[in-house]
Design a binder for this molecule. Sequence first.
Ligand code: C5P
Length: 239
Amino acid sequence: MNRGEMLYEGKAKRVYLTDDPDRVWVEYKDDATAFNARKKGKITGKGQLNNQISSFFFRYLREKGIENHFLETLSDTEQIVKKVAILPVEVVVRNRAAGSLARRLGLEEGISFSRPVVEFYYKDDRLDDPLINEDHIRLLNAATDDQLAMMRQTALKVNRLLSKLMEERGITLVDFKLEFGLNREGHLLLADEISPDTCRFWEAATGQKLDKDRFRRDLGNVENAYREIWNRLGGETRV
Ligand code: C5P
């Protein structure tokens, strides 16, 4: 497969066309941004780690029956995925209070919820990705009711699967963000990335943060934290 013209450059990835109209080539970068790119930096090795971690999660979810865009890992920093049009809705699932929810509702970080909290955000950098509800999604025509129901159901299933997988490896899945897209036939697929950039992972025994909050909050050792997640997934033996 040949890499064609660059289709899009995001904050953490570049997406290229290929000679197959249904496949795109994704390159993960070491660039890191936070707070809608108001904070910028580079995390050496992040592109490689997130490419491997995300490939691992998508493969795992496929095995568990969750259809997604992932096709193959090409190299340390590159993967091939199905081409989809990403819906402008980010789906966040939370098991504990952290980040924007802790701030918005005045909850102490770390409090665990008796049932997961699902939130939707409107993907629009100009507006700073505002929190929206299902009526707003209808108003904006951002997704149909069926797509919304499917996104919520899939997100909760991903939460059950990844919470268990990570718990077995001594990691608490605090929260995460998913994106979905439509393929050429209009079929809804889980897409984008699942990595320490898009999830909060805490070491269960110590509460240590092993995710992008280390970058957001200048806690240091960012690369080591991402590498620890990859190692817990069996990375050392896999490479
Ligand atoms: O910042 P907030 O607490 O709302 O983030 C919730 C979860 O969604 C976190 O795991 C965060 O990494 C992820 N997220 C993301 N991309 C965004 C916003 C949040 O991956 N644009």
